[in-house]
Design a protein around this ligand. Structure first.
Ligand code: X2W
Length: 295
């Protein structure tokens, strides 16, 4: 490395200081989606970002998805993937595979990636330490033709009804970085499959997290001209949904952000997880790289 490169590196590090101070001891929940995984270089960059947050005195918590990976495993087992209203219809056989893939292979893959950086990650799901309880999701969907609402039976798809902070508070004071799979028990003894975005929102809300980052495969919320919107209030987000600027798959994403803010998160960011070091770019630079939604 020549002199000027070292100087650049030193300057960049110095510029990160105010952000390290701003987020010291603050909780940042990072939702790492199944679509953002799969590229080994990006995976390593993600793990090193999380490690760096912890080393800087931040309390990072990773909540991960794995929709495409569940789909691939179901396919291997000869089971068809079915979705209604964006959620996976989950029968008994499917929930067993969901738990195996999410709380098993994917969870341990992310734990191993973070551990390889020299930090300590611990893999959990909602069942561990009585952290999360769920109940059967009650979803309705409007038929676009008749406009009649019908109740969806999604089987073992759950909604979070309770988060116990005990274990997460304990880990925040330790060297351990929690990596959490969106699977949780019901008080009825069943195992529930929970959409990873809503699960991350519930965890972040219960912890009154300073930030919840949604790593997606788009840069954030775009305006009518396709330009990235850097910051939005909840009221502005509602208006952009109403006037059609926010459309398609971005609507449930933004609605989940709004729910998380209502649940107690101070700011939620939608950003592109396919940009290397997206977490550091968001947290340790002045303007971040995604769309920040605030109350
Ligand atoms: C999701 C859980 C995983 C997930 C599923 O079974 O696919 C429901 O749909 P991504 O990668 O974040 O999409 N659960 C109920 O949300 O993963």
């Amino acid at each position: 490395m020549n002199e000027s490169e070292s100087e650049i590196q030193a300057r960049l590090l110095a510029q990160a200081l105010p952000f390290m101070q701003r987020y010291e001891n603050k909780t940042i929940v990072v939702k790492y989606g199944g679509h953002a995984m799969g590229n080994p270089e990006l995976g390593k960059a993600f793990a090193s970002d999380i490690a760096l947050l912890k080393q800087s005195g931040v309390n990072p918590i990773v909540v991960h998805g794995g929709g495409p990976q569940i789909g691939a495993m179901l396919n291997k087992m000869g089971i068809e993937s079915k979705f209604e209203g964006g959620l996976r219809v989950t029968d008994q056989k499917t929930v067993e595979i969901v738990e195996m893939v999410l709380a098993g292979s994917i969870n341990k893959e992310i734990v191993a990636l973070i551990n390889q950086t020299g930090e300590w990650a611990i893999g959990l799901c909602g069942k561990d330490g009585n952290m999360v309880f769920a109940e059967k999701a009650r979803k309705t969907i409007k038929d676009p033709d008749s406009n009649i609402e019908r109740v969806l039976d999604l089987g073992f798809v759950g909604e979070v009804v309770e988060v116990d902070r005990t274990l997460l508070d304990l880990l925040a004071r330790s060297e351990m970085i929690p990596v959490i799979a969106p699977v949780a028990p019901g008080r009825d003894g069943a195992t529930y499959n929970i959409n990873a975005d809503t699960f991350a929102g519930a965890i972040a809300g219960a912890l009154n997290a300073t930030r919840l980052l949604f790593l997606t495969d788009v840069p954030g919320v775009l305006d009518k001209n396709g330009q990235l919107i850097k910051e939005l209030s909840v009221a502005e987000a509602h208006a952009l949904i109403a006037d059609g600027t926010i459309s398609g798959g971005m609507i449930p994403k933004v609605e989940t952000c709004i729910d998380a803010i209502k649940a107690g998160v101070q700011g939620v960011v939608i950003l592109n997880g396919k940009t290397a070091h997206s977490v550091l770019l968001e947290i340790f630079t002045e303007h971040g790289i995604g769309t920040l939604i605030v109350p």
